[in-house]
Design a protein around this ligand. Sequence first.
Ligand SMILES: NC(=O)c1ccc[n+]([C@@H]2O[C@H](COP(=O)([O-])OP(=O)(O)OC[C@H]3O[C@@H](n4cnc5c(N)ncnc54)[C@H](OP(=O)(O)O)[C@@H]3O)[C@@H](O)[C@H]2O)c1
Length: 368
Amino acid sequence: MSQNTAYYTLGRTGLRVSRLSLGVMTFGTEWGWGSDKSAARRIFDSYVEHGGNFIDTADVYTNGTSETWLGEFVKERGLRDQLVIASKYTFNLGDKNANGGGNGRKNLMRAVEGSLKRLNTDYLDLYYLHAWDQVTPVEEVMRTMDDLVRSGKVRHVGLSDVPAWYAARAQTLAEWRGYEPVSALQLQYSLVERNLEHEHARVATELGMGITVWSPLASGLLSGRYRKDAKPDGRLAAMQGNGNPAFQHLTERNWRIVEALEDVANEVDRPMAQVALNWVANRPGVASVIVGASKPEQLDVNLKALDFTLPPALVQRLDEASAAPVPFPYYFFTNAMQGMMYGGATVGDKPAGYTAPVLISGTGSGVE
Ligand SMILES: NC(=O)c1ccc[n+]([C@@H]2O[C@H](COP(=O)([O-])OP(=O)(O)OC[C@H]3O[C@@H](n4cnc5c(N)ncnc54)[C@H](OP(=O)(O)O)[C@@H]3O)[C@@H](O)[C@H]2O)c1
């Protein structure tokens, strides 16, 4: 049985979610890559048939097609109650309306109605602010999110692509003002993008937010389908040089990481995609890894990513190969500097498992 029939509670909620969620940004070809409807349906079917219950979309994905198709597939199989559906708002959908984008109350109330309509549902299990707009007060966002929870349109609240200080302030406000707390922090994380380790991972674990990881394969780079000396195809080719840093992964540094990943994958005799997903799924603070696929065969490979344990020595090799210089002030928090604070005394971590979430066995509690 796939490890995706095990569910963890998300953040400090009672909501049980799969460790591998399905990202459906690939549903639709409006952005020049992704899947047509029949491939999208097969990807959805395969995910739920393997026990997955956590699906991630956004109003902006493929100009609304992602939400629309997801709503149709869920309805066709009668799975609304079993699935945890997450969506997001922030981006302007192209109507040149100054308040048709951003994090403000007016846009938030407009956007949620649009998502509910396209998804053909009465409620969202998890609703994220998609990205910080730098102007809307966090008080306005958290109060409006709480209104949506009280109205029954949203069950749980998340933040995506925000600075760590913003997440900390949002959570503190929620705690002190009795708002629905933030239960998920959605961020880019992979062997080639580890910046969240400086602040967000600690904020998430300290304040009860589960990290939901996006682009765990760096848009496909870590699947091994891209080669240094070969002309790129797929999404990274389509998005090359388009100015969006989230897709500019074909760099010398990253080729070195791909090389190390390939060596480890060969040693454990697993596809590179599975090793890369396994590595990120087991990082501190990670609640669920949002897996992307434009073809059902890709998803079949990815859904087996948790069916094995990477030996610690190989995890260390991946850690070292993907490590980046630690900037100020974070090098003050490394072991070498911390040691100076305790005068050489050993101050150990709590035993493993002390703070680990309880693993809920899948029997009878999920989508079979
Ligand atoms: N919050 C945010 O700002 C944000 C941003 C981005 C994504 N997301 C969410 O995160 C989800 C996942 O992100 P992502 O799609 O970028 O994830 P990803 O895993 O980094 O990339 C997925 C892509 O990698 C390739 N791929 C995946 N598995 C493969 C395999 N086994 N063999 C060969 N190629 C493989 C495919 O590329 P091809 O299609 O080229 O074949 C696939 O579309 C999205 O669906 C979305 O829900 C959120």
